[in-house]
Design a protein around this ligand. Structure first.
Ligand SMILES: Cc1ncc(COP(=O)(O)O)c(C=O)c1O
Length: 349
């Protein structure tokens, strides 16, 4: 077993429901058909009409000037940090945010930017006082604080708008730029009940992933102001992310925005259903917002539960102590039913 839970080979059981991540969605036949018919050109020449349409669409939705299509969220975040910071600069970032924990310290390795981690509050946000304390004075001994990088959603938690604006204000007062890792931006606005431009407003740049709950196979988009876009395109080239006839991929993103985005709310509803079931079973502590459910069973039950679910054809995350279960487009009511029945059958120690 790995961090990603059991593989099929571990159990010999057919997978009936895979709750490990919303990155596991596979493109539907309809999405594949649209991809195959996409109009394409060389995007490095700026001549891929489908990429251009996706970039314009997301820039417009988020109320920003422009956007750039990237292969991954990791690269999009990195290109944003490189646009805001130079070597020897520092960014303030939450100590459980993806950019700090799960992107192999790329901003330090490749861009010479140090990360100053601020402790994330229970609600997933950063307290203004902690941001203020993390910002360094301009002194030759210190790295220069240049950027505040936030995340929403954070491990499935939605950070409310007022928490964001309070933190951003502190950063602005100190002259810092502000970036949002919005890998699950659309889950956040679905839960907040606001439009995309409202959540994007406080930020200079926002990175959005199309390949998580939205269900495209590949792709992230970085949106921001015109004056940063030349540098962001250059950064993408430096990082090896400038693609050619990538309209076949952008077509999946456009399809996802039109057809899958309105259905994200169904993942949130199923997550709430799963969380309610788990609370009834008393297997452990349950927390859930948006499309993710976290269950902390007794230590003795952790591996037992994962193995029990795998035997029933349900894959769940291998994280510890809290096991993560993520709802996404490839888990319908029938698959959720399989998971719920298996959970009800589990006998804790
Ligand atoms: C919050 C967050 N940001 C960024 C990323 C990176 O995205 P990618 O896997 O496309 O590099 C992820 C991936 O899971 C993520 O969860």
């Amino acid at each position: 077993m790995s961090l990603y839970g059991y593989s099929l080979a571990d159990t010999g059981t057919n997978c009936l429901c895979d709750l490990r991540s919303d990155t596991l969605t596979k493109p539907s036949p309809h999405m594949r058909e649209v991809m195959s018919q996409a109009q394409v050109g060389d995007d490095v020449y700026g001549e891929d009409p489908t990429v251009n349409r996706l970039e314009q669409e997301l820039a417009a939705r988020l109320g920003k000037d422009a956007a750039v299509f990237f292969p991954t969220g990791t690269q999009s975040n990195l290109a944003a940090v490189m646009a805001h910071c130079g070597r020897g600069d520092e960014m303030i970032v939450g100590d459980r945010y993806h950019l700090f924990c799960d992107e192999a310290a790329g901003v330090s390795v490749l861009a010479g930017v140090s990360m100053n981690p601020a402790s994330v509050s229970e609600d997933g946000g950063l307290d203004p006082d902690r941001i203020k304390a993390a910002i360094k004075v301009d002194d030759p001994h210190y790295a220069r604080s240049r950027l505040l990088s936030l995340e929403n959603t954070v491990g499935g938690q939605v950070v409310p708008l007022d928490r964001i604006t309070a933190g951003v204000q502190v950063a602005r007062d100190a002259g810092l730029a502000v970036h949002l890792d919005g890998a699950r931006f659309f889950n956040a606005i679905t839960a907040l009940g606001c439009d995309a431009a409202t959540l994007a407003l406080p930020f200079d740049t926002v990175s959005i992933c199309l390949s998580k709950g939205l269900g495209a196979p590949v792709g992230s988009v970085l949106v921001g102001p015109d004056e940063l876009m030349r540098q962001i395109r250059r950064n993408r080239k430096i990082l090896g992310g400038a693609m050619r006839q990538s309209g076949v991929l952008a077509a999946a993103g456009l399809f996802a925005l039109e057809h899958h985005l309105p259905k994200l709310v169904e993942d949130h509803t199923r997550a709430a259903q799963l969380a309610d079931t788990l609370r009834e079973t008393g297997i452990g502590h349950v927390s859930s917002q948006t499309n993710m459910v976290f269950l902390t069973p007794a230590a003795e039950d952790h591996t037992r539960l994962i193995a029990h679910m795998a035997q029933a054809g349900v894959k769940i995350g291998g994280q510890s102590p809290a096991i993560r279960m993520v709802l996404h487009r490839d888990v319908d009511d029938e698959a959720l039913g399989v998971a719920i029945r298996a959970l009800r059958d589990f006998v804790p120690v």
